[in-house]
Design a protein around this ligand. Structure first.
Ligand SMILES: [Zn+2]
Length: 310
């Protein structure tokens, strides 16, 4: 196995078989197997790629590559949008994997990979971003979200949509397997590497929740219990230019539901009844406070709900 400081591992990735000669593909196979490297190539990303192998080779590209010993546990099919049932079964039997890149598939209009069907056949699926030029970002959280969403757009019943747990497993264990790193990353367990605190602190995915999570009274009860118990430090809202709203400590889940105006249902959201009477237009939420301003200068403390001047 080739390692570079233990953090990089080489892989062999002839981009698309249609662009390669048979000799080149066989040479890639030999190098990968001789050095114990993973091998990946695009398979059935676009419909025309899947269709064109039949007139040329008389069978699907998956079967064509399998006939010369390319498909095995070291092999992953990138995209794999247009593979049929027989191809899926073949990948499962050979222990090969699929790299699911929903962002690129949406960007390029390639189609939606049948991730649920691969899982049903027992094929390990990893999630990837593909290149930033064809998916607009290299953000794994975005790729996970896209994988979850596109699974709902294939006409499957809701209980066959990818669950959050399945998507997380695909992005961690599955992607590690595709990269050949399954022995050191992809799981939070003894002997495996991870940098979760730094990833969470840097991720804008967790940003909008940060003021609530790290507010002066701790996390509200409406957060999932696992997140409330999390010991991972989240961004300091004041350092990011946010202001948390100093509300009373919530005592039940109802505290997280939208609050109804208790005395006037006609009060426009975010403004007091005093403003309607033309007395004083006082913003009632701290989000109206100019950045860097001090809410303590207000005569009344800001409130998260609607209120009426006495
Ligand atoms: Zn690609």
């Amino acid at each position: 196995m080739v390692t570079l400081g233990g953090r990089l591992r080489l892989g062999i990735a002839p981009t698309i078989p249609h662009h390669c000669t048979k000799e080149f593909m066989l040479a890639c196979r030999d190098v990968a197997r001789e050095h114990g490297l993973v091998m990946q190539t695009h398979v059935g990303e676009a419909k025309y790629q899947a269709a064109s192998s039949f007139p040329v080779f008389g069978m699907s590209m998956t079967k064509t590559m399998d006939s010369v010993g390319i498909v095995g546990p070291w092999f992953s099919a990138a995209h794999a949008v247009w593979l049929d049932d027989e191809d899926m079964r073949l990948l499962a039997v050979r222990g090969a994997q699929v790299a699911h890149n929903p962002g690129a598939n949406l960007r390029l209009g390639s189609g939606i990979a049948p991730a649920r069907e691969y899982l049903r056949h027992g094929v390990m699926v990893g999630i990837g971003t593909d290149g930033c030029h064809c998916s607009d970002n290299q953000n794994m959280f975005e790729a996970m979200r896209a994988a979850s969403f596109v699974s709902r757009a294939r006409g499957l019943p809701p209980d066959e949509w990818l669950s959050t747990g399945e998507v997380l497993q695909m992005a961690t264990e599955g992607s590690a397997r595709v990269l050949g790193f399954q022995d050191r990353i992809g799981r939070i367990t003894k002997g495996y590497k991870a940098s979760l605190p730094s990833n969470l602190r840097r991720s804008k995915t967790f940003g909008p929740r940060a003021p609530s999570v790290s507010g002066p009274h701790g996390p509200p009860p409406c957060l999932p219990s696992r997140l409330r118990r999390s010991r991972f430090p989240l961004p300091n809202p004041s350092a990011a230019g946010w202001r948390s709203t100093p509300t009373a400590r919530p005592t039940s889940n109802r505290a997280c539901a939208p609050r109804a105006a208790s005395t006037s249902t006609a009060t426009p959201r975010g403004w007091s009844a005093g403003a309607r009477r033309g007395t004083r237009a006082s913003p009632v939420t701290s989000s109206r406070t100019p950045r860097g301003g001090d809410a303590r200068q207000n005569k009344k403390p800001p409130s998260a709900g609607l209120e009426v001047d006495p």
